[in-house]
Design a protein around this ligand. Sequence first.
Ligand SMILES: C[S@@+](CC[C@H](N)C(=O)[O-])C[C@H]1O[C@@H](n2cnc3c(N)ncnc32)[C@H](O)[C@@H]1O
Length: 171
Amino acid sequence: MYSKWIINQIESLQIKKRINLLDFASGSGRNCIPLSNKNISVTAIDKNQEKINQYKSLNNINTICFDLETNEEWPLTRENYDVIIVVNYLFRPKIKKLINLLKKDGFLFYETFSVGNEKFGFPKNPNFLLKEGELLDVFAEELLPLSFYDGKTEERRASIKQMAGFKKGVL
Ligand SMILES: C[S@@+](CC[C@H](N)C(=O)[O-])C[C@H]1O[C@@H](n2cnc3c(N)ncnc32)[C@H](O)[C@@H]1O
């Protein structure tokens, strides 16, 4: 089942022209598969080839198998994406590089676990848990915050998550 928050955010954009959407650490494609259509050209990147194999031949989805956490430059074009989604993935050392991938006026929608989640289940490792307000701290200097939530969600299972939307450039 896809993330309802992510799908709602994209729907609220009311996309009418063809756009490029990047699903960063796309996993089994649960979010990008329902989003891909003739107007939304998806690039999905993840290091897990087995997961990617499940949707690599679908129309409107270009898959890339790549380890995003090495020193190697990401095989992604700068200023190429109208929308970037990141769900349930956190790698702090390179997180700010997402901004360079966004087109001017592009949108970033980020949803992942935050501190407090360890009481409910995995992840419990602080490396994978956002600190209080962290998405705002990381992105709001360069991107305009559109929405922010940090708290309990009951989607799929009880967990503590941050969900934040940003826009590049001026509204
Ligand atoms: C919890 S899953 C989330 C997948 C997807 N975003 C979703 O919401 O269903 C985390 C994903 O991050 C990917 N991942 C973890 N480390 C990675 C790395 N170093 N490079 C690329 N992908 C990585 C995993 O393969 C996995 O598919």
